[in-house]
Design a protein around this ligand. Structure first.
Ligand code: HSC
Length: 692
């Protein structure tokens, strides 16, 4: 095994270096080797200062997250850090890159901490559903005070070096190569110019009222999350002797470790990274500095805003001067909003405005590196535009469509360069939502796919690779499970009961509230488009159509499923009357539906269609579907994503559940072959992720 930690003697300094790429995670091998090096350095009479530093891009990014959920293997981190704090030789830690979680906890066990360059430190465990379990909740407050520790630990935010210095987490901030800094700082320890002290021996007071207020605050902020409260409970023990406080911390850590939220949040962490593992990852992305955007509506303006915020040059195209002026205005107010939200500085906004050009002439796209077409969703319009783009754009330009459901193979066929055509499906508001579906058509070249992913990184978005079908990954699955919500209304639930039940489950917004937000005319138009292809056996609820026909289009008209003239918006009483009429037309006697049944039917419908999407190869792996719904549809992160959630239920239970629903509606409720096979074999979606 490679030496993941080494001890090097330079004069009287014992240099302990972490070398466990890519992020020096504190894996079992690293802990073992670290303990050995510490023991050897402590026992060496020539060494009078021990200095810890990291090789590669960081100090230590924390515990190895992949080990959580397995039986912990000795030596675990807390006793190593406690032992380090007790040894007679002073230990200092030189932090560069990031020192996060267990990495910062190691540093807190040292007698001085020196930050290097643009270092970031933090205790982000709460974002993984746990709490700092190697002394972080006990030592951080001894340096920063309880208030600051509660804030940093319950948010898990990364703290830049200068702020960490002010907070007392760092003793010094400097520049240089970590190894050189380590040797320099060891000299300063000897000279007495870098003071050393044992953090675990610093006294700290805890105010019971402050703790009570902090508990109330985290519960109000994130009522469904388990670990923020446990973080505060652990910090509350920091006025005890260090080892006693750490026992309490350990017990609370274990509770969090065993919680399903921990599994969900860690799955979400890996989902965000797994999606980048695409077959085209070795292809070289084309360079993109300028983007042409067709369409200045909400979507086109949002995409333009995202590109400008990422430093790209943008040329906006609209059919006429008025539409162009409106699009430009929307972009500028989006940029103003970004400044207000702290996402952009005022001078950055001015520069962005200078990078924005606008034109009604498509010929002006002759020099752009990438075009994103965000025009009207009509195949004829798209084919006409792509025929023109083919004639105008320079060779090698990427031609992307933001269509949310149209056949990209047909759009590509309108050009003589289908290899350059791709789908880049943004989610509204495009400058805020993190998801980008990169839709790969039959002839899309690997480097064009790689360009889509590189663009997403530049725009700070999470890209998911999707295949061509009506709705791609996200909207295809949504169209299916959204019907389940309409059927639930037909059968007896009210839209607000359904919304409340699903929000209680953790969705950011229930389906009817989400519809009111996006506008009920959108779904109405889609249903009309699909009507000719609707199978005769498909159950159909006319409720949404009647609401739209009444002119209630959601927030934009003040009325939809809810009455938006009031806050919070109550249910629109007119909708109840429509529902009664439609039920009567169908001869349905409404029945009481418990919330649990609402959630089960809705979620099962989602899993059913997602299984088909996997089987057809539209999504590469189940984890890509998880990322799609986490970053584009408001699925609760702590549940890990719909496929991770499906695994917590199990394929056999899902199949049995569908069998009971089939009695009501054999057309809608069919067991997908993949789910049936998984039930028969006892396998999981996680197994499919591992195989891919
Ligand atoms: C912790 O530390 C708990 C402690 O309190 C100890 C408790 C002990 C208690 C014991 C009692 C029994 N582990 O993000 P990137 C992988 S919890 C394993 O693309 P970047 C990542 O998956 C931890 N792997 O790079 C990816 O792999 P891939 C607290 C980790 O430069 C590769 O590294 N720490 C990993 O954009 C590159 O990552 C955190 O939460 C880890 N800890 O960002 C930090 N961290 O190539 C989590 C990363 O195969 N990490 N990987 O896809 C991060 O925030 C970011 O990864 C960085 C780097 C900012 C470190």
């Amino acid at each position: 095994m490679a030496n993941v930690v080494t001890l090097e003697k330079v004069g009287n300094t014992g240099l302990i270096a972490f070398d466990n790429p890519p992020v020096n995670a504190a894996s079992h091998a690293l802990r073992q080797a670290f303990q050995d090096c510490l023991d050897r350095a402590a026992a060496d009479p020539d060494i009078d200062v021990i200095a810890l530093y990291g090789k590669g891009r960081s100090f230590v990014a924390g515990a190895d997250i992949r080990e959580f959920g397995k039986t912990p293997q000795d030596p675990i981190l807390p006793p190593i850090i406690n032992r380090m704090e007790e040894i007679a030789t002073p230990v200092i830690a030189i932090l560069h890159g990031v020192a996060l979680g267990g990495g910062l906890e190691i540093a807190l066990g040292a007698q001085a901490r020196v930050g290097v360059g643009r270092v970031r430190v933090g205790l982000p465990e709460v974002t993984l559903g746990i709490l700092p379990g190697a002394g972080g909740t006990q030592r951080a407050p001894r340096l920063t005070g309880v208030t600051a520790a509660i804030e940093m630990i319950t948010t898990g935010r990364h703290i830049h070096g200068s702020e960490a210095l002010e907070m007392g987490l760092l003793d010094r901030l400097t520049d240089g190569e970590p190894r050189d800094v380590a040797l320099e700082m060891a000299e300063e320890v000897r000279a007495g110019t870098l003071p050393v002290r044992t953090v675990g021996q610093i006294a700290v007071t805890v105010d019971a009222q402050q703790i009570a207020a902090a508990k109330a605050a985290v519960q109000a902020q994130s009522p469904q999350l388990y670990s923020p409260l446990k973080c505060v409970e652990a910090i509350a023990a920091c006025d005890r002797p260090i080892l006693e406080g750490m026992d309490i911390e350990r017990a609370l850590f274990r509770e969090c470790l065993d919680s399903p939220q921990r599994a969900g949040l860690i799955h979400a962490f890996f989902a965000e990274r797994a999606v980048a593992k695409i077959p085209e990852r070795d292809a070289t992305a084309r360079s993109v500095a300028s983007v042409g955007i067709i369409g200045g509506g909400t979507m086109g303006s949002g995409i333009a805003t995202a590109c400008l915020m990422a430093g790209l040059r943008v040329r906006l195209n609209e059919r006429d001067a008025d539409a162009l002026a409106r699009g430009r205005q929307t972009i500028l107010s989006n940029l103003d909003g970004a400044v207000k939200r702290g996402k952009m500085k005022a001078d950055g906004r001015t520069n962005a405005e200078h990078r924005l050009a606008a034109s009604t002439v498509l010929r002006d796209f002759d020099d752009v590196d990438l075009v994103i077409e965000a025009a009207f969703e009509d195949m004829g319009v798209k084919i006409d535009l792509f025929t023109q783009l083919d004639a105008i754009c320079k060779p090698g330009a990427v031609l992307a469509t933001n269509t949310s459901y149209l056949d990209i193979d047909r759009i590509a066929a309108a050009t003589a360069r289908p290899q350059d055509v791709i789908g880049l499906h943004f989610f509204s508001p495009a400058h805020i939502m993190k998801l980008l579906e990169v839709v790969v058509a039959d002839k899309t070249a690997p480097e064009v796919v790689a360009t889509g992913f590189a663009l997403a990184t530049k725009l700070k978005k999470v890209a998911v690779r999707a295949g061509v079908c009506d709705g791609f990954i996200g909207n295809r699955i949504l169209t299916h499970y959204r019907k389940a919500a309409d059927y639930l209304v037909l059968d007896g639930a009210s839209p607000d009961q359904i919304d409340d039940a699903l929000e209680e489950f953790g969705w950011a917004m229930g389906p009817f509230r989400a519809n009111d937000l996006s506008g009920l005319d959108i779904g109405y138009a889609t249903r009309k488009r699909r009507a000719p292809d609707r199978p005769a056996a498909e159950r159909y609820s006319e409720v949404p159509d009647r609401i739209a026909e009444a002119g209630w289009l959601g927030r934009k008209t003040g009325m939809g499923y809810y009455d938006h003239s009031q806050k919070p918006a109550p249910a629109n009483p007119g909708v109840a009357a429509i529902i009664d009429t439609v039920r009567a037309d169908h001869g349905i006697t409404p029945r009481a539906l418990p919330d649990v049944e609402i959630v089960d039917r809705y979620m099962t419908a989602m899993i059913v269609e997602a299984s088909r999407v996997i089987e057809e190869g539209i999504a590469q792996r189940p984890i890509d579907i998880d990322a799609t719904f986490l970053f584009g549809y408001g699925f609760p992160r702590w549940r890990g994503g719909p496929m991770h959630y499906a695994d917590t239920i199990g394929a056999a239970t899902l199949v049995a559940r569908i069998a009971t629903y089939t009695r009501d509606d054999p057309h809608y409720w069919q067991v997908p072959p993949l789910l049936q096979r998984m039930a028969d074999d006892g396998t999981t979606f996680a197994d499919l992720n591992a195989e891919a």
